[in-house]
Design a protein around this ligand. Structure first.
Ligand SMILES: C[S@@+](CC[C@H](N)C(=O)[O-])C[C@H]1O[C@@H](n2cnc3c(N)ncnc32)[C@H](O)[C@@H]1O
Length: 442
């Protein structure tokens, strides 16, 4: 597609009225029928705008001046808002963000599957700030300033946003970005740290430094001191995920508990774990209640990770078969089942984006309930198989309303499942990401 770049402000000589919010948090307006996506604008605002990019189908634009502000507009808390690519909704009241996300979910269902849920579930709400327990921070040495920066990438760019704090990250890191950047700046390989993966748990705050070259002993001492001063667990990762090794302290075990189910789950810093620990137990509780579990149930769970939902389910049913693509996560899931003395779970490794016909967990197996929690791409390759198992209930946890709605179309319009309930979960406040849950019944 041909794209042209403009700087001239006279492309839009007149102010525009914003009609709605796009799925990525931009205001939407139309000029002569053409959609304009306006960064920094909210529905019902009258704004002056200038173009960032024009295509034949749509324009990308940015707010120059707000002439009439929305009553939902608030002052963004973060100094890097508008530049940092991490958050795009901080200018919208937190309580209302989730309502826009709910609307986006319902619009997707309507547009792609032609359905409305019979019941819309109350949104599950999160604290607005310091909720984020997982992050991948970029590291960049800026020659001109002779300084190392860490943080998130700028919107539409490969540069790092200049930020001293991050308001959504847990304070143990969110308030310490400069301290960590200074430590990296003292290393002999100050420009050879590609990224830092961060994972918090109840038992520690882990930082995995992706070091592109071997660290000297002095470098290791600097990172050890950083760990001691801030109570961090510091790991090094010279190559792929299997090369992650602990630098300090001598022993590190990350874990979190789910007291409602008397569970403790152990995980590695690089494992998939849910980003928001305040929401996670609420999400599990809702998923289990939608499944209406009882002691006769035989449940299939797909995309099961380290057993975050599997093990709570196992507490109330006859059996669970859980399938996950990453072998190392399945190892952890098995270990977690053992540590918690759970014996009615069977784990399998399988790529659920490929043909699964004939795999042992599908052959001659009966499941009366199914839970799935796929990645953003959804469960396209599994959805027919799921429907053909004819479970009474399917609970679908999703981080992308577009793929959830696509898969809903198949369940509802090909296999006559009913979209009984659906709702949004405030897993990622201030970002445009939409987490949701849906219940399908026969
Ligand atoms: C959104 S997470 C959910 C994990 C788990 N339900 C939890 O709450 O921690 C999605 C999971 O799907 C797994 N996954 C991604 N692609 C996959 C594939 N092609 N086949 C099987 N599993 C896959 C990921 O490893 C991840 O564990």
């Amino acid at each position: 597609m041909q794209q042209r770049h403009f700087k001239t402000k006279d492309i839009y000589p007149n102010p525009v009225k914003i009609e709605s919010l796009s799925h990525d948090g931009r205001g939407v307006t139309h000029i002569d029928g053409k959609a304009i996506f306006v960064e920094g604008a909210l529905p019902n605002e009258r704004v002056k705008i200038s173009a960032l990019k024009q295509t034949r189908q749509y324009d990308d634009a940015i707010v120059d001046e707000i002439l009439e502000a929305s009553s939902e507009r608030v002052e963004p808390k973060c100094a890097a808002f508008g530049i940092c690519g991490g958050c795009s909704l901080q200018h919208l009241q937190h309580e209302n963000q989730i309502l826009y996300k709910q609307q986006s979910l319902l619009d997707n269902f309507k547009k792609m599957a032609g359905v409305d849920p019979v019941t819309i579930l109350e949104p599950i709400k999160s604290p607005a700030w310091r909720y984020r327990y997982k992050a991948r921070l970029g590291v960049k040495y800026v020659k001109a300033k002779k300084k190392v920066y860490i943080g998130f990438r700028e919107k539409h760019s490969r540069y790092l946003a200049n930020m001293s704090e991050c308001e959504v990250l847990d304070a143990r890191i969110g308030k310490k970005l400069e301290v960590i950047a200074d430590a990296v700046g003292q290393l002999t390989c100050y420009n050879k740290i590609a990224q830092i993966e961060v994972a918090f748990s109840e038992t520690g705050c882990a930082l995995v430094f992706r070091n592109l070259i071997e660290l000297t002993d002095d470098d290791k001492s600097i990172l050890t001191q950083l760990a001691k001063d801030n109570d961090y667990h510091v790991y090094l990762q010279p190559k792929g995920p299997k090369t992650v090794t602990l630098l300090y302290p001598e022993f590190s075990e990350l874990s979190y508990s789910l007291p409602d189910y008397e569970l403790k789950l152990v995980h590695l810093a690089t494992d998939f774990t849910q980003v928001n620990p305040f929401i996670n137990p609420l999400m599990i509780k809702l998923a289990l209640s939608l499944l209406e579990l009882n002691k006769n149930d035989n449940v299939l769970e797909l995309f099961s990770g380290i057993g975050n939902v599997t093990l709570p389910i196992a507490r109330s049913v006859n059996s669970v078969v859980a399938v996950e693509g990453e072998k190392s996560l399945v190892e952890r899931a098995n270990d977690n089942a053992q540590r918690n003395s759970i014996s009615n779970v069977q784990y399998h490794v399988a790529n659920l984006m490929e043909d699964t016909q004939g795999l042992p967990w599908l052959r001659d197996k009966q499941y009366n309930k199914i839970l799935i929690d796929p990645p953003r791409s959804g469960a396209k390759e599994m959805i027919d198989t799921i429907a053909k198992l004819t479970p009474e209930r399917i609970v679908y946890v999703s981080c992308n309303p577009a793929t959830l709605a696509r898969d809903t179309d198949v369940l509802v319009n090909t296999y006559q499942y009913k979209l009984a309930k659906a709702g949004v979960i405030d897993m990622f406040p201030h970002t445009a990401h939409v987490e949701s849950i849906a219940l399908f019944t026969r």
